[in-house]
Design a protein around this ligand. Structure first.
Ligand SMILES: CC(C)(COP(=O)(O)OP(=O)(O)OC[C@H]1O[C@@H](n2cnc3c(N)ncnc32)[C@H](O)[C@@H]1OP(=O)(O)O)[C@@H](O)C(=O)NCCC(=O)NCCS
Length: 163
């Protein structure tokens, strides 16, 4: 698909239902999110619109730090492109827009837990041991009901260090 045919833009409240469906269409790859949770975090979602339809989305979350957090980490979440539009450059465009939005905050690094390491490597991310993201483990993975330990979970931890 030619880049000029689609639009990358910030999400709005009325995109929440479609974002919900996109995330829900990848039960193996993505953590489920309720429409309410999406709406409450809508200011950190970006969408890709093609012919008046949302065909891709991504969002980010600032991870907690102890003490005075001058350069916290940010996690990329809920990255989903409609299947028939895969390999058309939309994933890259959504990540690039996310980086543009995040970089002015001067985070230390951007992380992702993913089953698509090849895609993230192409975006400049590198694999890291999960022990380096204990804040993420304690904040999210600790409540995971899919795997009994984050260290045996097959998702791969990846990071893009910005500082
Ligand atoms: C992973 C995902 C977001 C990639 O989106 P996409 O729009 O297909 O990616 P792009 O077309 O922008 O690809 C960018 C590069 O990554 C490569 N790539 C994308 N998906 C790939 C895959 N599954 N395996 C190998 N390479 C892949 C592309 O070939 C392209 O390489 P190039 O720059 O050398 O041409 C998409 O497959 C998806 O929605 N997957 C299901 C949900 C998911 O796994 N999300 C990630 C969870 S963190």
């Amino acid at each position: 698909m030619e880049k000029k045919n689609y639009k990358i833009r910030p999400a709005a409240f009325n995109d929440a239902e479609r974002i919900f469906s996109l995330i829900k269409s990848y039960p193996e790859e993505l953590l489920p999110r309720s429409i309410s949770n999406i709406s409450q975090n809508i200011d950190r979602f970006i969408v890709c619109e093609f012919k008046n339809k949302i065909i891709g989305t991504v969002c980010w979350q600032i991870l907690p730090e102890i003490g005075a957090p001058r350069h916290p980490s940010i996690e990329i979440q809920s990255l989903a492109i409609e299947k028939k539009h895969h390999k058309g450059g939309i994933g890259r465009a959504l990540i690039n827009e996310t980086l543009k939005r995040i970089k002015p905050l001067h985070p230390y690094q951007i992380i992702a837990l993913t089953f698509s390491p090849v895609f993230f490597r192409k975006m400049g991310f590198r694999e890291i041991p999960k022990q380096q993201i204990m804040h993420k483990i304690y904040m999210g993975c600790i409540n995971c009901s899919k795997y009994n330990s984050p260290f045996t979970c097959p998702e791969i931890a990846m990071a893009l260090t910005l500082l």
